[in-house]
Design a protein around this ligand. Structure first.
Ligand code: ATP
Length: 933
């Protein structure tokens, strides 16, 4: 076997695949139209390797590092470090180095977090497997796309992603969107005829290429190249895949970062001016030395007020959210979806399979001549009986048998008993027809062998029918589909009588009102042809009858809908099914509007007639939309969005992609969804279940809550540290402080500094990160699904967070400064030990405040007692870690070296704990006051 010019295995003198005829290609690939044998496939997999494209390189390590450093706050830090080193060659160098060390540490933390988050999101894409339909040894199999080998025969249908480069050998109206390769988003119509050797990729109409999408029709193709040897594989090393970790929140935070930077620069200038002026006035020195002494305060302000740990906290909280959603069967494909989920106000869901079980059972049959029959039994076991008006029917009348026969012939599903369990292979709607026929004692295998199928027009949602051509009895075309689609093609009944359309429609309504999906069946003699085209199916059919099947609602969907209602989210059903069926199921699911005047169900065709204003009103008032085509879905999403709704929309078909993209969150189905819909979606449901959407909303709300908690925890510390410095520069006394420089004691009159830049960094980075991170693990608030959705336009920093920031910051400032002065005065002298001790006291007090405040931040509304003291153990791990670190800070000699800290007495530590605990009653009071209404 040799490839064409495009393959690595190819021989240059051979013609390329697209210039070869069908038979030549099949021969050269050493395969057959019914596929390879399993042994050949195994052998070829060994020779050619898996059909996977080596991933294009993502961001390089350098890109990631640069992203960490390229942040205004980090620039402020770097400049501060350089200034510190330049103005004060002795003490400043140490401060400068500590600041630079923090920059490096911060870069490493950010780098590791982003790298891990990127990997996690990348891994999620593998959770949604790509399967293909292929023929091996004449049998149709579902294989992982990675197992395809050259020579495999692959069956393509609309919605599929083409899994490898292939030569088409059979097709019906096949259209492929090749934007991934050619950039051309208009689908290309494919043909079988070979094209010129020199044709470009876009003109190779007899080929389909890996990574492109089937937008219409069906086809069979032989794989010619796999993995890295495909056209996409060859360019993918040039494509750089970036995992975008930006979300609205991270963008908002980046903006807040800028504001903080500007504020810091302005305040730093203020501090410089005020400090210089006070130093000149107090000590009588010139402005330059005075300025030099004050610079350290400005630097301390910069490092104290910058929330260095925040980016890492946000990334981690989002990554945790994504992972938790994955365990609850909602796979996030686009990170912003995590946040948007929390503000979703409307969920538009498909019916079949998402709200219902997609386990269809035929329960009623109807023919024009014999009337209604009931079939007993539920599920896929072919056990049940035929009844008429409550009495058993032993032998089915001929017209009923023909109806059931049409049901199994115009049908691609099969029924199998696997280890004692009856299973359907194929579409559940079609499976139900097979089960019904078996129950009424029709031998499906035999019938299918007798009535050999010559050609098929497959079911497409937009046509609403499927047609097949059979050889038996001089040839017959069978039609099955939605009653509207089938009836308009019928004129007669089997006896040759004129069809009483009214009577049939009444019967359809009756079945639909019971929540049944109704399929209609029809037939007409063939005219000796061996294939069928659309125009053969337009008219002249004989109506055979109806089959009505139930598909019960999922019990977990009923519960999830109730939860969504509590959470202020409206659930709307958008279905391709009949209006009556949709309404009956909606009633069982409790999604019909409470307002009796509101329309119960609207059909897609009605939507299409509406003006923009009418559509807007209808989209708001009605919760059930039936017989909806994909283009109506797009209109509905837009109409709902114009009502300021945040819309989550599910979809599985190839034509749903535009609506999925337009929705605030597109939700695709992991099992039954087409590749096209999955690529367009923000999240993919691993189990196709509505309940997973509700779970994802809950997780989304939790993530956002926890992010706000982290902000409410981190920001007061930064403001507090800034206030401490501002207060010190403005109001602190000057003291004669003795410094020992090169063994010589110098006494200088200077402005007392409550904390050095290195100490501020200690609080800000080590403590804040160790303490704020556990908040990302906080369980959901008890009322998370009992409050209305978050307004996406509301600012991240709500009035509440700002107020809380000020209250806590002021309390922290007062406590830390008070204890600093107390400790400094208690020392009785003003030597370096006194200053170090007082500064250590101030730092320890702030840390104690943080520990107690952390306990408060675990819930923004409820007291800790209400949410359970030990419900988040990570918080206590964080607190234990910080207590150990702080003990080192206070008592370890090497820490004294780095941070100029000093040991405290037990009494001092106790005092700092008592003062830190003051925050409990204050915030407790605040929570009580806010909860009182
Ligand atoms: P939902 O949108 O709620 O998931 P659906 O996607 O199953 O519903 P469609 O698949 O578009 O809806 O089906 C629309 C109609 O087409 C059905 O109500 C049924 O009458 C008919 N139909 C469904 N499946 C088949 C099939 N395999 N062959 C023929 N007709 C079908």
């Amino acid at each position: 076997m040799n490839g064409g010019s495009s393959g690595a295995a190819g021989m240059p003198d051979r013609q390329p695949w697209h210039a070869l005829g069908v038979d030549e290609t099949v021969a050269r690939m050493e395969t057959r139209p019914d596929g390879l044998t399993n042994a050949e496939a195994v052998q070829r997999l060994k020779t050619y390797g898996s059909n996977v494209i080596p991933r294009g390189k993502g961001d390089t390590a350098l890109d990631l590092i640069w992203r960490q450093v390229n942040n205004p706050l980090i620039w402020v830090l770097i400049v501060s470090a350089l200034v510190a080193m330049a103005v004060d060659p002795t003490g400043g160098v140490k401060n400068g180095l500590v600041i630079l060390a923090v920059v490096v540490l911060n870069t490493i933390i950010g780098f590791v977090q982003e790298f891990k988050a990127g990997k996690a999101i990348e891994a999620l894409s593998r959770m949604v497997p790509e399967n293909v339909s292929a023929l091996r040894e004449g049998r149709k199999l579902t294989l992982p796309a990675a197992d395809l080998v050259p020579g495999d025969m692959v069956l393509l249908a609309s919605g599929d992603k083409v899994p490898a480069d292939m030569r088409l050998i059979q097709l019906r109206n096949l259209q492929i969107e090749e934007a991934a390769l050619t950039g051309e988003s208009v689908p290309t119509e494919k043909r079988l005829a070979p094209v010129a050797s020199e044709a470009g990729i876009g003109d190779r109409t007899c080929m389909v290429f890996g990574g492109t999408l089937v937008t219409y029709g069906t086809g069979t193709a032989v794989v010619v190249e796999t993995g890295a040897r495909t056209e996409l594989g060859r360019i993918s090393t040039m494509l750089r895949e970036t995992t975008d970790l930006q979300t609205p929140l991270t963008k908002a935070l980046a903006k807040i970062g800028w504001y903080i930077t500007i504020a810091i620069v302005v305040i730093a200038i203020g501090i410089l001016l005020l400090g210089t002026w006070r130093t000149m006035a107090e000590t009588g020195v010139e402005w330059l030395p005075a300025l030099r002494e004050t610079v350290i305060f400005a630097i301390a302000l910069a490092v104290g007020a910058i929330p260095e740990g925040l980016p890492a906290i946000v990334t981690i909280a989002l990554a945790i959210g994504v992972q938790r959603m994955a365990t609850r069967r909602a796979v996030v494909r686009k990170l912003p979806a995590v946040e948007t989920l929390g503000s979703t106000t409307v969920i538009c869901s498909d019916k079949t399979g998402t709200l219902t079980r997609n386990e269809m059972t035929v329960q009623e049959l109807w023919t024009p001549a014999s009337g209604a029959f009931a079939v007993s039994g539920v599920g896929y076991a072919p056990k049940g009986q035929l009844q008429r008006e409550g009495t058993l029917v032993k032998t089915a009348p001929a017209d009923l048998t023909d109806l059931l026969l049409a049901g199994v012939l115009c049908n691609d599903a099969s029924l199998a008993n696997e280890e004692g369990q009856w299973k359907i292979h194929g579409d559940p709607t079609e499976g139900a027809l097979v089960v019904a026929a078996e129950k009424v004692a029709l031998d499906v295998e035999k019938a299918r062998a007798q009535h050999k199928r010559l050609d098929t027009i497959p079911f497409e949602s937009e046509n609403q029918f499927m047609a097949t051509l059979h050889a038996q009895d001089g040839g017959r075309i069978l039609l099955k589909g939605a009653p509207e689609a089938v009836l308009k093609r019928c004129a007669t009944t089997p006896g040759g009588r004129v069809l009483d359309m009214e009577a049939v429609l009444r019967e359809v309504e009756k079945l639909a009102a019971k929540g049944m999906r109704v399929l209609a069946f029809a037939a007409q003699p063939a005219r000796g042809q061996t294939g069928i085209e659309m125009h053969d199916t337009q008219s002249g059919f004989t109506f055979l009858g109806l089959q009505g099947m139930i598909d019960p609602p999922r019990p977990e969907a009923i519960a999830a809908i109730a939860l969504c209602h509590q959470a202020g989210i409206t659930v709307k059903m958008i279905t391709g099914d009949h209006q009556g069926t949709a309404q009956a199921i909606a009633d069982q699911l409790n999604i019909l509007p409470k307002n009796p005047a509101a329309p119960k169900a609207i059909a897609g065709a009605q939507l299409a007639q509406m003006s923009e204003v009418q559509l807007r009103d209808a989209a708001g008032a009605c919760n059930v939309f039936a017989r909806v085509a994909p283009e109506h879905k797009l209109g509905l999403v837009r109409a709902l969005q114009s009502r300021n709704e945040v819309v989550a929309m599910t979809g599985d078909g190839v034509n749903d992609a535009p609506a999925l993209k337009q929705a605030n969150i597109g939700v695709a189905m992991g099992i039954t969804g087409t590749s096209v819909s999955k690529e367009a979606a923000g999240i993919v449901l691993a189990d196709d279940n509505f309940a997973s959407i509700a779970a994802a909303v809950e997780e989304g709300r939790r993530v956002y809550d926890n992010l706000i908690k982290s902000l409410a925890f981190v920001l007061p510390t930064n403001l507090g540290l800034a206030l401490i410095l501002m207060w010190a520069v403005a109001f602190f006394p000057f003291a004669d402080v003795t410094h020992v420089i090169d063994g010589v004691a110098h006494t200088m009159r200077e402005l007392l500094m409550p904390m050095t830049p290195a100490q501020l960094l200690w609080i800000n980075l080590v403590a804040a990160v160790a303490l704020a991170l556990p908040l990302a693990f906080e369980a959901k608030e008890p009322n998370v699904m009992r409050r209305p959705p978050r307004n996406p336009a509301a600012p991240v920093l709500s009035g509440f967070v700002v107020m809380r920031t000020f209250v806590v910051a002021i309390l922290m400032t007062a406590g830390a400064l008070g204890l600093f002065l107390y400790e400094f005065r208690a020392a009785g002298d003003s030597g370096p030990a006194a200053l170090a001790k007082a500064q250590t006291m101030a730092v320890t007090t702030v840390i104690m405040f943080q520990i107690f405040y952390l306990l408060n931040c675990r819930s923004l509304r409820d007291s800790m007692l209400k949410i359970g003291v030990f419900s988040n153990k990570t918080v206590f791990v964080g607190i234990a870690a910080i207590l150990v670190l702080q003990a080192l800070f206070v008592y370890a000699p090497f820490m004294h070296e780095i941070f100029a800290s000093a040991p405290l007495s037990a009494g001092d530590v106790l005092l700092s704990i008592v003062v830190g605990a003051l925050i409990l009653p204050v915030i407790g009071l605040e929570k009580w006051w806010r909860n009182r209404g």
